[in-house]
Design a protein around this ligand. Structure first.
Ligand code: ADP
Ligand code: MG
Length: 621
């Protein structure tokens, strides 16, 4: 596995230490929140609300029953009255009925009394109904109800009988359309009115349904106001699963959807809730409660709330949590990048500076930034570089001193050699003269020759030392490499005309121009050729060549001599290193020095018997 970068490690640490706990905390709070909503709202609030309002409807129905029971007692008097006196009695009955509180205004839309033969003896419509339609309603009231099933049933069996919920033909003509108006729906009630002669008449009533609708609308208002559940629906279904009242009027008279919910509610024995029901793609939570006991008018009240709305708060929280996590991850990534850069940038500049120092450049300083620790490191580094530079200068100074001392010593030694034969010959001449030796003339001749020879040697030694001591280079000039080398070849060849030397030149540097000091460069080439001649045992061939390489001109000097022995190669350019008895060991040292001064380089590129290659590099001007 590849080692992780500082930034990634940093990031992972931050994520593990900050984002993960946040995520876990958020997740658990979210679950807790959902649980709480589920517990408090779905398990408790919804069924409780359904039960409360089912109770309200039931109370209303019971009060209606009680009012009807009073009417029933009053009706007995009417029906027991002989036919001829009945008119008066009916008028009194009508007045008394009017006096029963709320009966015809809130409880009933129609009250009808039939005698034991089924003849309608009295009817009264509800006061809330449109008075303008009274005449039309009067036309719908039949003369006799003897054929109605409820009439016969009520006569056969005493007590209260409920008719199926729906639209009554006594108030509405035509049953073929589905009305969505709660006011046109009713619950019909029929009850026997026992008479003194053992027969019984029947009292019939249509319970006003708008009031039931008002109750469920009120329940919905509570849901909206107290729980903020704007899409909540409240409804009443019969035990047959038909919607008898709904806050959505369009559902009146339809089977409750979805079917499994209708089934569940129709069978409900006690209040409860449904986990999650899908209706037209909307997930609902439903609380419900049965009402009306187990009579025929038994119903179930339901409260349905879309889950979206129910869990809106926790969904909001979830979104905020997600956002917080995303934002914190972005912040952390940015922060860890910035932080790791703050660390790596100083480290990188330290590495760069270290490389420079390794390359010999001690004039480096790294910026002292990156916090206290790295700043301190940088400061220590700078101090170290400074100390190194000072140390190197001192060393160089000492080396220079030593070199001068060495040179003086070597100079003295070199000068002694040519002086020795001169002195000896001079002493010889002195003695010959003193003894008046006839060979004195001959000795004088020899002395002259020796002096000439040895002063030449002295001259060479002097020029070597002068070059090495670095007599200030004369003016530099720009020369075209190939032309200059060609001239140099000719000049050098002339210089060594008495030696068995073949000097060739092959130029390929084109019109490259270098800025050099021609005289000292000439000395470099003379030194190289001189060395080649001195190393060779047979006629020597030296090849000069030039070429361009990037922004440099490279000059090869190749000889076909015996090559440089391995142990010598290392010290070749050291001053005073020589393998020759008469050598000064300064030739190559001078070459290197002269090239240094002109921004060039010289090195032994390769060597083997038959091919020794020195390479000179000069920057193109
Ligand atoms: P010197 O010529 O006075 O000895 P140099 O610095 O010119 O001093 O050369 C140093 C040594 O390098 C020589 O003594 C010789 O051993 C070796 N050397 C230089 N050039 C060549 C060459 N072309 N072939 C073989 N040996 C060489
Ligand atoms: Mg030499």
């Amino acid at each position: 596995m590849r080692a992780l970068s500082l930034a990634s490690r940093f990031l992972i640490t931050l994520v593990v230490s900050a984002v993960l706990p946040l995520l876990l905390y958020g997740w658990f709070s979210l679950l807790g929140m959902r649980d709480q909503i589920d517990e408090q709202v779905v398990r408790v609030f919804l069924p409780q609300l359904a039960a409360d309002y089912a109770q309200k409807i039931e109370t209303r129905l019971e009060r209606t029953d009680q009012a009807c029971a009073i009417v029933r007692e009053l009706s007995r008097r009417v029906l027991d009255t002989p036919l001829d006196q009945r008119d008066g009695e009916l008028a009194a009955f009508g007045e008394q009925v009017e006096l029963i509180p709320d009966l015809l205004s809130e409880f009933l839309d129609l009250l009808l009394l039939a005698d034991s033969e089924g003849d309608v003896v009295f009817w009264q419509d509800g006061r809330r109904l449109d008075p303008n339609a009274h005449q039309r309603r009067a036309e719908l009231i039949p003369e006799s109800v003897a054929e109605e099933s409820w009439f016969r049933e009520a006569q056969r069996e005493r007590g209260v009988h409920y008719l199926p919920w729906g639209r009554s033909p006594y108030l509405h003509r035509g049953m073929d359309y589905r009305s969505m108006d709660p006011g046109s729906h009713h619950l019909g009630v029929a009850m026997d009115v026992p008479m003194g002669d053992g027969h019984s008449g029947v009292l019939f009533a249509l319970i006003r349904w708008s009031e039931v609708q008002a109750v469920i609308d009120e329940a919905r208002a509570v849901l909206i106001e107290e729980a903020g559940l704007a899409s909540a629906q409240v409804f009443v279904v019969g035990r047959d699963g038909v919607v008898q009242a709904h806050t959505d009027r369009a559902r009146y008279g339809l089977m409750l959807k979805p079917a499994e919910l209708g089934q569940r509610l129709a069978d409900a024995e006690a209040f409860g809730r449904c986990e999650s029901v899908r209706d037209d793609g909307v997930a609902l939570r439903v609380g419900f409660a049965p009402g009306g006991g187990d009579s025929a008018r038994a119903f179930v009240m339901g409260v349905a709330v879309p889950e979206d709305e129910l869990f809106a708060a926790s969904d909001d929280f979830e979104r905020v949590l997600l956002l917080a996590i995303i934002v914190s991850i972005i912040v952390l990534v940015a922060w860890s990048l910035a932080a790791s850069r703050a660390i790596t940038a100083p480290v990188k500049s330290l590495v760069q500076a270290t490389r420079k120092i390794a390359g010999g450049d001690l004039q480096v300083a790294v910026p002292e930034r990156g916090g206290p620790e790295l700043g301190e490191l940088a400061a220590a580094f700078n101090l170290m570089a400074h100390e190194l530079a000072v140390g190197r200068d001192r060393l160089a100074h000492a080396e220079r001193d030593q070199a001068w001392a060495e040179m003086a010593r070597q100079g003295a030694h070199e000068v002694k050699n040519p002086l020795q034969p001169m002195r000896m010959t001079a002493q010889l001449l002195q003695r010959a003269r003193a003894e008046e030796d006839p060979r004195a003339e001959q000795v004088a001749e020899r002395l002259a020759r020796t002096v000439i020879e040895q002063t030449e040697a002295l001259d060479r030694i002097a020029s070597d030392f002068r070059s090495f001591a670095g007599v200030a280079p004369a003016q530099r000039s720009d020369v075209t490499v190939d032309a200059w080398l060609q001239a140099l070849r000719d000049q050098t060849a002339r210089l060594f005309a008495d030696k068995q030397l073949t000097l060739t030149f092959a130029g390929a540097a084109g019109d490259a121009v270098v800025s050099i000091e021609q005289e000292s460069m000439a000395r470099v080439f003379v030194n190289l050729v001189q060395n080649a001649i001195e190393a060779a045992t047979e006629p020597v061939i030296v090849e000069l060549g030039s070429r361009r390489e990037g922004d440099h001109v490279v000059i090869d000097v190749v000889d076909n001599g015996p090559g440089v022995p391995a142990e010598v190669r290392e010290k070749l350019f050291d001053p005073y290193f020589t393998t020759k008895t008469s050598g000064t060991g300064l030739g190559l040292a001078i070459c290197r020095r002269l090239l240094d001064v002109q921004g060039g380089k010289i090195r032994l590129e390769s060597t083997r018997p038959g091919e020794t290659r020195f390479v000179i590099e000069l920057p193109i001007a």
